[in-house]
Design a protein around this ligand. Structure first.
Ligand SMILES: [Zn+2]
Length: 250
């Protein structure tokens, strides 16, 4: 399991909670030296244009620092996906998040759709034909759905559940019925934790979800699996939740 990370993700690039000071520090401190960290290269403009319009790209370019970090974040997702394709499970410890970024618009602390860009990057290179995206963030990833509208190559799944057990069962059922795909990609948002906005999942639930991801990827797609960070805003529990998910998934 490799963690894709860059020091520039520590920068406070906007005033939103995803960019808050101390958020990445909390995760890095909890992961400690137990995971191998690798650095991403920034995504190229041509990578961004696999998903986004040139108008959207031009709008982001007007904010230099934000643009540079958003390129690095997308590059982090690409690196994690490529590692997964090379049979190395990986997690993109990246920000800004991406699942609310649509081809020509964005909101919800997102700018470029990191996940969509990473999958689109692998596809024309012939590395993967199709993918299952599991997005367990509290919020629906409208940007990811919009990026693959009418495209049968990507199955985007955002579970809901009344209890934590129900939520996990929904994930397991979907994985069981998903058929075959070439890579299992996880939009990992931790804002559904009992001490975060969603108030539903325990830390150990993230470990269970991680192990489901591992098990089903081994059954269906030779273990090819990766995640990228989306939401998660309570710094006092975020690190332990990411760690539990990674330990389950590795
Ligand atoms: Zn969220």
């Amino acid at each position: 399991m490799k963690v894709v990370f860059h020091e520039r993700f520590y920068e406070v690039y906007t005033s939103d909670p995803a960019a808050a000071a101390g958020r990445m520090e909390a995760i890095v401190a909890t992961l400690g030296k137990d995971f191998e960290f690798v650095k991403p290269d920034p995504a190229l403009e041509q990578d961004i244009l696999l998903v986004h319009t040139s108008e959207h790209l031009a709008r982001l370019k007007r904010s230099k620092d934000l643009y540079e970090i958003a390129l690095l974040s997308a590059g982090g997702a690409i690196r994690a996906a490529e590692l997964a394709w090379q049979d190395e499970p990986a997690f993109g410890l990246i920000r800004p998040p991406g699942h609310h970024a649509s081809p020509d618009s964005c909101w919800g602390f997102c700018f470029f759709n990191n996940m969509a860009i990473a999958l689109r990057k692998l596809m024309p290179e012939g590395k993967i034909k199709n993918a299952l995206v599991l997005d367990f963030d509290l919020h629906f990833g409208d940007g990811t759905e919009n990026s693959f509208l009418g495209n049968p190559q990507v199955d985007y799944f955002h579970p809901e559940g009344a209890t934590n057990k129900d939520f996990i069962q929904k994930i397991e059922k979907h994985l069981q019925q998903a058929g075959t795909f070439d890579i299992l990609a996880v939009s990992a948002g931790f804002d559904r934790h009992v001490q975060d906005w969603g108030g539903l999942l325990e830390t150990e639930d993230y470990r269970i979800i991680g192990s489901l991801v591992k098990t089903y990827s081994q059954k269906v797609c030779q273990g090819r699996r990766f995640g990228v960070l989306e939401g998660g805003y309570n710094h006092s529990v975020l690190g332990q939740n990411v760690r539990a998910f990674l330990e389950g998934m590795q």
